[in-house]
Design a protein around this ligand. Structure first.
Ligand code: MG
Length: 170
């Protein structure tokens, strides 16, 4: 009618994720599969490797497809996920995403941590995530910010992460 071309809207889904883990002594500090040195020797507490960045990202991917959250897919009470490599879990989430016919367009992640400085490690983090998401690194945003010393993150009681993911079905 009226010469207006009929267009099918692109099949797109967006999801968000959030996670926080406590900083404790005697644990590794792993973000996007990169092991970092905290000046006080602190690391992230958790049942798996406590990779808070990857956890937020997995929840964004699952959320985009209304597939629940990582607590449902990888219950913390389940011995299979004890000290699990979260990048392996991300691979499992991506299998689920692809099985349903979806692909990742891009993702963007924020890590909120007072220390250590993350900038020197961001390229490696993006490369790890890109490999598991099967997209080029220029579609993987990883940003770091401090909490300006405010609140529990400012007191270095924990590290938090936020993520968004855009998916499309070709
Ligand atoms: Mg977590």
């Amino acid at each position: 009618m009226n010469g207006t071309p009929s267009r099918t809207p692109p099949d797109l889904r967006i999801g968000q994720g959030y996670d926080i883990h406590r900083l404790v002594a005697g644990r590794p500090l792993i973000l996007a599969g990169v092991t970092l040195d905290h000046p006080e020797g602190l690391g992230l507490d958790g049942h798996s490797d406590a990779d808070v960045l990857v956890h937020a990202l997995m929840d964004a991917l699952l959320g985009a497809l209304s597939l629940g959250d990582i607590g449902q897919h990888f219950p913390p009470g389940d011995g299979r996920w004890k000290d699990a490599d979260s990048l392996d879990l991300l691979g499992q989430v991506m299998t689920l995403v692809r099985e349903q016919g979806w692909e990742v367009v891009n993702v963007d992640v924020v890590v909120v941590a007072e220390r250590p400085k993350l900038r020197p490690h961001i390229a490696q983090m993006r490369s790890h995530l890109a490999a598991h998401l099967q997209i080029p690194p220029d579609r993987v945003g990883v940003k770091a910010t401090t909490n300006e010393g405010l609140g529990p993150i400012g007191r270095e009681e924990g590290i938090a992460s936020y993520a968004v993911a855009l998916l499309h079905r070709p």
